[in-house]
Ligand binder design. Structure first.
Ligand code: ADP
Ligand code: MG
Length: 355
């Protein structure tokens, strides 16, 4: 058979490239929300309100009371790689804020209708801007795309509507809005436990009652109590650990041996970013194995600070799994602390039963 002639190679259109990139970062509504929460926390907010319609596919709205965005920055806000958080590649190693690649808002603008309303404390009014495909767009044909002055409090409100409206295959992949909403509540719950000093609320559009509601002044135990219940909050132990050689510090709130659940709940933050680590989960579960009845699983909230140059910061934002140097050594130290804390509680109980 004759070989087929090679097909000519052509560049994909910029629009297709942007949609692919966006779809890699934001696979489900909860991923958009994670970026928006991180931005709000980065902006120094102490109050965060989330409203959701249809599991976030119809509407995802987040309102904060942070420092706001300068009106002059609104035209480039949703361009790819525009960020106020990173200027040189070297800054990656010292970056303290959560997101740092300037891709989140750009991505969202390529796959949803995005509206930003924001006011800095210096500004006498708020400004509202709408975006499509990385650029300012006019709300109605014939109108100007320039940001419009409106009344509003200092802070920022981001509205994401009709997520994946122009990616029908992705849109069709969502079977149930309630499944997406459950993921959203889980994420907001995690952030609400971690972000001391910040109030959180999350509810469905039109509902009076909130799925999550945590006041700003709540302690960590209170935050866990509100979200996971008293049965757990009454059985927590707290430890701190640090190690100079491996460049890390951590604080944890973990369930004691009196508590056990059908599956492990792991709230893991590394440098204040919510992440996953299969390695940490597995080791912690093993450590609990000797303390819990068969089939029982713990609750673990772990906040790890690792010297930024030791964390693999250059991972793609889709990678929710993180890796860091000396993972095994750090995990071993944490698990020793877990074991110590659990056995301390055990001894005090056996003392009490003896007396
Ligand atoms: P990154 O967070 O990586 O910088 P984003 O696309 O998430 O990229 O955001 C771009 C920029 O928009 C941020 O660097 C920040 O300056 C600004 N910004 C986004 N959300 C907020 C917010 N809620 N409050 C204040 N500024 C914000
Ligand atoms: Mg961001």
């Amino acid at each position: 058979l004759p070989l087929p002639a090679p097909r000519r190679i052509k560049a994909l259109s910029q629009d297709v490239v942007n949609k692919i990139a966006a779809g890699e970062i934001i696979v489900a509504p909860v991923h958009a929300l994670k970026e928006l929460i991180e931005n709000a926390v980065d902006a120094g907010s102490t109050a965060l309100e989330v409203v959701v319609k249809d599991g976030g596919l119809k509407l995802l709205q987040i309102k904060d009371n942070g420092h706001g965005i300068d009106k002059e920055d609104l035209p480039i806000l949703c361009e790819r790689f525009t960020t106020s958080k990173l200027k040189a590649f070297e800054d990656l190693s010292s970056i303290g804020t959560y997101g740092f690649r300037g891709e989140a808002l750009a991505s969202i603008s390529h796959i949803a209708h995005l509206t930003v309303t924001t006011r800095t404390k210096e500004s006498s009014c708020a400004w509202r801007a709408q975006y499509a495909d990385g650029k300012l767009t006019s709300p109605k044909p014939g109108q100007s795309a320039d940001p419009k002055p409106i009344a509003g409090q200092p802070g920022t409100q981001i509205t994401v509507e009709d997520l994946f409206y122009n990616v029908p295959s992705r849109r069709r992949a969502f079977r149930s809005a309630s499944e997406e909403y459950a993921k959203i509540l889980e994420l907001v719950g995690k952030c609400a436990v971690h972000c001391l000093g910040v109030s959180f609320s999350c509810k469905k559009h039109g509902d009076n009652s909130s799925g999550v509601s945590v006041p700003a002044n709540a302690s960590i135990i209170d935050r866990i109590r509100v979200i996971h219940g008293s049965a757990l909050a009454n059985e927590l132990v707290n430890f701190k650990a640090e190690n100079e050689r491996w460049g890390f510090k951590c604080e944890a709130w973990i369930s004691n041996a009196n508590y056990s659940s059908k599956k492990t709940t792991l709230l893991l933050f590394i440098n204040h970013r919510v992440v996953e680590s299969a390695a940490i989960k597995k080791s912690v579960e093993q450590t609990y194995g000797t303390f819990l009845p068969k089939g029982g699983h713990p609750f673990v909230y772990l906040s790890l600070d690792i010297e930024p140059q030791r964390v693999d910061v250059n991972v793609h934002p889709t990678k929710r799994e993180v890796h860091f140097l000396n993972e095994d050594e750090i995990i071993a130290i944490i698990c020793d602390e877990v074991r110590d804390s659990l056995s301390k509680v055990d001894t005090s109980r056996s003392f009490m039963t003896q007396s």
